[in-house]
Design a protein around this ligand. Structure first.
Ligand SMILES: [Zn+2]
Length: 135
């Protein structure tokens, strides 16, 4: 019980109404630990755990949570990942597998950023370093 009230608090604190379905999704995110979800992989994971939601619902829920700051949305290659680590950090992208992982420790710094286009403000810089595993 303590655990589910923790999820309700997390959702409420992010301004999301804690419905049963959203709490179940939040619980699955929390219990799965740190990882990078795709709507497809998470849809399968939820289904295996007995939570039958449509892929569209999973997709919308991940976007909703990301918009509220509970997940970090990362576009890498032709895919979008939802990172459960909401601390500021950047990513490695494995060019062969298409997987991403957090860059651990000291984060790269970007220098020489151009000014934002007129009437715009830079809100974030996401660094993706492409890697290939040595055989
Ligand atoms: Zn990440």
């Amino acid at each position: 019980m303590l655990r589910s009230s923790e999820d309700a608090e997390t959702l409420g604190g992010a301004g999301i109404r804690p419905t049963r379905q959203r709490m179940a999704v939040m619980r699955a995110i929390r219990e799965g630990g740190h990882r990078h979800l795709t709507p497809e992989s998470f849809h399968r994971e939820l289904g295996d755990a007995g939570l039958k939601l449509s892929l569209a619902t999973v997709y919308n829920t991940l976007n909703h949570f990301a918009g509220a700051g509970l997940l970090k949305r990362v576009g890498a290659g032709d895919r979008t990942f939802y990172c459960t680590n909401t601390e500021p950090h950047h990513h490695f992208l494995d060019e062969v597998s298409g997987r991403i992982e957090d860059i651990p420790g000291l984060q790269p710094e970007v220098i020489g950023l151009p000014p934002a286009p007129e009437g715009a403000t830079i809100t974030a810089v996401d660094v993706i370093i492409r890697v290939r595993r040595d055989r």
